[in-house]
Design a protein around this ligand. Structure first.
Ligand SMILES: Cc1cc2nc3c(=O)[nH]c(=O)nc-3n(C[C@H](O)[C@H](O)[C@H](O)COP(=O)(O)OP(=O)(O)OC[C@H]3O[C@@H](n4cnc5c(N)ncnc54)[C@H](O)[C@@H]3O)c2cc1C
Length: 373
């Protein structure tokens, strides 16, 4: 349930979304949302943020999505990168990045996925080695969103443990134009302003202060960013599902081919009602996850954030499918704008962690079942 503050934030963001709508110029919307303080609602006040949490940032993304203009980079720039820097960055990193991430004048992408690791992020091989005070980064990443828009990418790499020789995860800020850091856009079947890239890091030399946080606390720091990522992906999915459902309901109220509007036929009405219920339930779990995370319960938030992402991804895919079907032939026209959501909705089922990997997590972590891999 929304608090009074949350309800007024929701209303204000919805009004901004309505002004921009489905055909929004994403760059302009990003700038407007930054000016109004929405991009940094979760970031600390002393660094130019709103002093709220992921509860507030997820409202921003959900409402923009419900208005037809989701900002995918909210999942990455303030939610993952902003959170990690605010919690673990040096004073200089905080000063340089947080006010700019909050007002939208700078943007940061996030790269963990690798071609040969995929869902198994324990297998990533992007490696950082020391050369004097510098770090040298080598590796490849794939499907990284918004690298062209971002001033830098927060790259998950590994450093070698001096004692055990084992590789530990570490986070590095890699500027967009760092020598040896190249990107190639992937030809995605998605209609979105944010592109995905394959990245190559070929002996990228970084100064010592490119490392975020403690070299030895990698995993903990990473998880601090991944829970917000899952919660925000749930918000992205719920917003998109609500947008599609609202379009379908509007259409089903008016469209008449027999004696009553098609929305009076229960074969049309009931699946739309179910879609609404599924989206509401997913939102409840998302709110639970956000509350736990904002209260500092990283472990509790982990389970809830995974379940919220799962529920929201499934609810979104079903809502979009039913919405397209409700419009009959018009569901597949460009004019009505729903067909492209069929592909877009699948993103929340695959990224940042697939439906199956969440089912694995719940099987093992929650139910205590044995692992097959
Ligand atoms: C639009 C988009 C944007 C993205 N943006 C980013 C980004 O900004 N940064 C970033 O780092 N990554 C990003 N990603 C990558 C995303 O996180 C990965 O695609 C995702 O983690 C899945 O990895 P994969 O594609 O390699 O699939 P794979 O790991 O190859 O999985 C393929 C299939 O096998 C299944 N599978 C794998 N292992 C198991 C198992 N043990 N049990 C059961 N099933 C299994 C999976 O569920 C999936 O259905 C993005 C992806 C997309 C599509």
């Amino acid at each position: 349930m929304d608090t009074e503050d949350h309800a007024s934030l929701r209303e204000a963001v919805a009004a901004l979304g309505k002004r921009h709508g489905r055909t929004a110029d994403t760059t302009q919307l990003w700038a407007d949302a930054g000016k109004l303080g929405y991009l940094g609602v979760n970031l600390p006040e002393e660094h130019g943020g709103g002093g709220g949490g992921i509860s507030e940032l997820s409202i921003v993304l959900e409402e923009l999505g419900a208005a037809g203009c989701p900002l995918l980079m909210l999942v990455v720039s303030p939610a993952i990168c902003g959170t990690v820097i605010a919690r673990f960055g040096t004073a200089a990193q905080k000063q340089h990045w947080l006010p700019a991430l909050a007002d939208g004048s700078r943007l940061m992408a996030f790269g963990i996925t690798e071609p040969d690791a995929g869902s198994n992020s324990h297998r990533i091989t992007t490696t950082a080695r020391k050369d004097g005070d510098d770090w040298i980064l080598t590796g490849r990443k794939v499907f990284i969103s918004g690298v062209d828009l971002a001033d830098a990418t927060l790259i998950v790499g590994r450093t070698e443990d001096a004692r055990t020789g084992r590789l530990k995860p570490c986070l590095f800020i890699v500027p967009r134009d760092a020598p040896g850091f190249t990107r190639r856009p992937i030809d995605m079947e998605l209609t979105a302003a944010e592109k995905q890239f394959e990245l190559t890091l070929d002996d990228v030399r970084l100064p010592a202060d490119a490392l975020v946080g403690d070299e030895d606390a990698g995993l903990l720091q990473l998880f601090a960013g991944l829970n917000p990522e899952r919660i925000m992906t749930a918000a992205f999915a719920i917003g998109m599902g609500r947008y599609a459902l609202a379009k379908a309901v509007e259409y089903a109220r008016d469209r008449q081919v027999w004696d009553t509007p098609i929305g009076a036929h229960q074969a049309i009405a009931h699946p739309l009602a179910q879609a609404h219920i599924d989206l509401e339930l997913a939102r409840l779990m998302m709110q639970k996850a956000a509350r736990l995370y904002d209260a500092g319960d990283d472990m509790g938030a982990g389970e809830a954030a995974n379940m919220a992402k799962y529920a929201a991804g499934e609810a979104c895919v079903k809502a979009v499918d039913q919405a397209v079907h409700t419009l009959g032939g018009n569901g597949l026209t460009r004019e009505f704008g729903l067909a492209s959501l069929i592909t877009a909705a699948r993103v929340a089922r695959i990224a940042p962690v697939s439906r199956e990997m969440i089912l694995n997590y719940v099987s093992h972590q929650t139910l205590g079942l044995p692992k097959s891999y």
